[in-house]
Design a binder for this molecule. Structure first.
Ligand code: DGL
Length: 367
């Protein structure tokens, strides 16, 4: 764990004292110490690096290929000029993986480290560097289990650190800038890339390659960050975090993708596999074939919770439109896409919520 502040200040003092002896008079040393005092007044931001393209390096495999996670968090920070003027930075490498490999173990490590850092007052905010593929899921998981008001910001990049016009350094700078801003307190976990500040609940990766891939189609952005300001455009909302499962286990919840000619095989197989929940990525407003609906009814009779979401990238999945949720004991995911509905259902089941009524009200509580 290396403090960027100490390194940069040592450089300042050594330059003042050793490079040109004539300069090593009280004035120069004094200004270096003044710099140290100024830095001491900056917010303390703990950077937890997990890997992803932001720390990726181009490789010879192909023109666009790269190895995510090839650069450490420390090296990442070193490549962001001026960031040390925003905050006192401490960098820790939690993992170094492409985020398609993100997993529950890293999630629980992040949650416990964040809770510990805030409980021991080691940091005023946390920035997590992360791959973009599953960033929305990690953000949503943490948003549902972190109980403190201090900012937790996730950021990443769509181009590796070695690419022409790499976007990582600017995203990193903006993430630290938002984390260090008092306005970010009490807003839960946020995602900051490309000047946009987005909520963990609302944000989703909507394009495979675009820099501006993250959008919040149902809830909209919550603010903007630019070289001059950090500006929030929504009010702070009350939050009802869930308890982090003490055994660090999340129940099995499977996602079944809807399509033309849909049958019930995957639904029946999920029940046989011991799934405690099934999320349907349904067609349109969370619709399924009659055959699949019969499978969902069998799953309900086997005690499996079934949530209807949608494969469509935006819009709400509402109760009792084309599917009689009341009759079949189903849950409608409202604004949540399938991957987030799965996470919320896992956490609710782990917290002892098992009836469709309790689970439905929890899905609506965050709105
Ligand atoms: N492999 C993807 C990931 O780590 C790259 C996407 C990115 O980080 O931009 O999520």
């Amino acid at each position: 764990m290396v403090s960027v502040r100490v390194l940069s200040l040592l450089g300042t003092i050594l330059t003042a004292v050793s490079m040109q002896p004539a300069l090593a008079h009280a004035g120069q040393v004094g200004s270096a110490i003044a710099t140290m005092h100024k830095q001491d007044s900056l917010p303390r931001v703990l950077v937890l690096a997990t890997g992803g393209t932001i720390s990726g390096k181009a490789d010879t495999r192909s023109a666009i290929g790269y190895d995510a996670g090839a650069v450490s968090g420390q090296q990442l920070i070193a490549g962001v000029p001026g960031v040390e003027k925003l905050a006192q930075l401490q960098v820790e490498q939690v993992s170094n993986i492409a985020s398609q490999n993100m997993n529950n173990q890293v999630w629980f490590k992040l949650a416990e480290r964040i809770r510990q850092a805030f409980a021991k007052n080691e940091a005023d905010a946390v920035v997590i560097t992360h791959g973009t593929d599953t960033m929305e899921e990690t953000a949503f998981f943490l948003d549902n289990v972190i109980r403190v008001s201090r900012p937790v910001i996730l950021t990443g990049a769509m181009r590796p650190s070695t690419a022409i016009s790499a976007d990582g350094p600017a995203n990193m700078y903006e993430a630290v800038k938002v984390a260090a801003d008092p306005q970010a307190r009490g807003r839960g976990v946020l995602v900051v890339l490309n000047d946009a500040i987005q909520s963990a609940r609302g944000v989703s990766k909507m394009h495979t390659t675009e820099l501006q891939t993250f959008h919040s189609p149902n809830l909209g952005v919550v603010g903007y960050v630019d070289p001059a300001t950090v500006r929030f455009i929504t009010a702070v909302k009350p939050r009802q975090p869930l308890a982090l499962p003490v055994d660090h286990m999340l129940p099995q919840v499977q996602i079944v993708y809807g399509h033309a000619d849909m049958d019930a095989r995957q639904i029946d197989d999920a029940v046989k596999d011991g799934a405690r929940g099934i999320v349907i990525a349904g067609m349109g407003d969370g619709n399924v074939s009659d055959t699949a609906l019969a499978g969902m009814e069998r799953a309900r009779k086997a005690g499996v919770v079934v949530v209807r979401s949608t494969r469509v990238g935006s819009g709400f999945t509402n109760r009792n439109v084309e599917v009689d949720d009341d009759r079949y004991g189903l849950v409608a995911s409202m604004d949540l896409n399938p991957q987030k509905a799965r996470i919320l259902l896992q956490l609710l089941l782990a917290n002892g919520k098992t009836t469709p009524e309790d689970i439905q009200s929890a899905f609506q509580a965050g709105l």
